[in-house]
Ligand binder design. Sequence first.
Ligand code: 3SL
Length: 232
Amino acid sequence: MPSIDVCFSPELLHLYDLKGKAVVAVDILRATSTMVTAFAHGAADIYPVMQLEECRTYAEKGCLTAAERDGVKAEGFDLGNSPFGYMSGNVQGRSIAITTTNGTRAIRLSEAAEEIVVGAFLNLQAVADHLSKLQLDVLVVCAGWKGKFNLEDTLFAGALVERLQDRFASENDATLASLYLYQTAKQDLPGFLRQSSHVRRLENLEINKDVEFCLQHDTFSVLPVWKQDRLI
Ligand code: 3SL
């Protein structure tokens, strides 16, 4: 039986061997939720990059560019990191280059894995179905916040473990902790997360509707998968 494990921050990735594994990269608030939303609204592909300057260069290649730092859209880019910015038909058929504080970093630092998929509550079942077919050992890589643990990515990890627990061995402490946390919180995720650091950060930016949207389960069936230098 394959196994599932959880890495609480990209800073802990050096402790894991990614070779031969499937990574689920997650940044619930909001990068991976936004990427899933972009694909669900017709985006052709997405280039997640780490630096603002690199992201800017993709405009010359005909890409839409998207950038966020500290929760705010960076100046001079077409799009920010709110899922609502990707829903108006504006990304249909387009390539997007995106850089965010933590989410794009979690994806790029996972490149040694056999496969990387992008997960969010919004496409939770699509991720679970894909991993069940793939039968590789799984590592959920939480983007966290600037190297630190966060609740929302851990809750996603727990939700995924719950859906996979019959088919995957999940006996390590990180996985058990994620599962218990999710089972405690799942009746009211927005309420549970009200005191969390990033929800408070986003509240100060007055984007509560983003939080509510990103906590919805199984809204989309898209599954962004890493191929060479981008998500398709
Ligand atoms: O850290 C990130 O990658 C972002 O998703 C943060 S924010 O939700 O845009 O503030």
